[in-house]
Design a protein around this ligand. Structure first.
Ligand SMILES: [Zn+2]
Length: 272
């Protein structure tokens, strides 16, 4: 090859590289990822899975189909909220949900960050108390912040005004503390009635989220159906207890159970 041809080839290669570099511009990619709701920060998840008790990395969940919003422009729901204990999807995903907000382990924040774990936190104001900073950090990592009432009272059988105060009050509290106005609500103890649904709709709630699987200190337990995780399962990772495995260990237990069934973790807010 002559020197000139060599130079031309090198130049062409450089241009090609420049072209490639342009199409995968890191800033552009970050912007795209942010727009897709994927956190651009943090190390790749497959570098850290062993550290969190997994034997293989968690696959990234598929992109879910578009979902209907079901809200009017003023933020109230068109209809009564849907009530779900699982999401009707064939995507190989389960959903991790956490209640109350009593456990505020900074290492759990590390776990969510390092595994890029989509989680949904259903918060009760009187339980979170002064601990909203912890949930602000989780929210900054992409965690969904959802409503679990102001005071964790059993709502079923209560008058409309009281139920509405519990739900709408927590909407306002979460808006002022974390800048979010949830669409998802979980009634304390999973107990609700027709009045709860009317009150929740008035507060801008589009779905009442129950669970089919719960991670107890011992193992996963299922409220109905097959006694193993299945696509679309909503998992309550709890209950919050001072004894038994901590939140990280219970979460890892759910993740291992999901992996045994060929499932990964999806973002509940992408599906509802
Ligand atoms: Zn609760």
């Amino acid at each position: 090859m002559t020197r000139a041809r060599g130079l031309a080839a090198a130049l062409a290669a450089a241009l090609l590289l420049a072209g490639c570099a342009q199409s995968v511009d890191p800033i552009e990619r970050l912007g795209k990822k942010a727009a897709e709701g994927v956190r651009p920060h943090g190390p790749a998840p497959d570098r850290n899975y062993r550290h969190w008790g997994l034997t293989e990395p968690l696959p990234r969940p598929p992109r879910p189909a578009a979902r209907p919003l079901g809200l009017t422009p003023d933020g109230t729901a068109h209809h009564l909220p849907r009530v779900l204990d699982h999401v009707p999807t064939r995507d190989p995903v389960v959903f991790l949900t956490y209640d109350d907000g009593a456990e505020r382990d900074p290492r759990f924040v590390d776990m969510v960050r390092e595994l890029r774990l989509p989680v949904s936190m259903f918060l009760t104001d009187s339980v979170v108390g002064p601990g909203y900073g912890h949930f602000a950090r989780l929210h900054g990592l992409g965690a969904g912040i959802e409503n679990h009432t102001l005071d964790h009272r059993a709502l079923a059988g209560q008058p409309y005004a009281g139920q509405r105060a519990e739900i709408c009050g927590q909407q306002d509290r979460l808006a002022s503390r974390l800048g979010v106005r949830p669409r998802l609500f979980r009634p304390p103890y999973g107990a609700y009635d027709a009045t709860t649904l009317r009150a929740a709709a008035r507060c801008g709630i589009s779905a009442v989220v129950l669970w089919r699987a719960a991670m107890t200190p011992a193992d996963l337990v299922f409220s109905r159906g097959d006694h193993h995780l299945a696509p679309g399962d909503i998992v309550l990772v709890g209950p919050d207890e001072s004894t038994g495995p901590n939140l990280r260990e219970r979460t890892a237990g759910v993740l291992r159970g999901a992996q045994r069934r060929g499932l990964t973790v999806g973002r509940l807010e992408d599906y509802l």
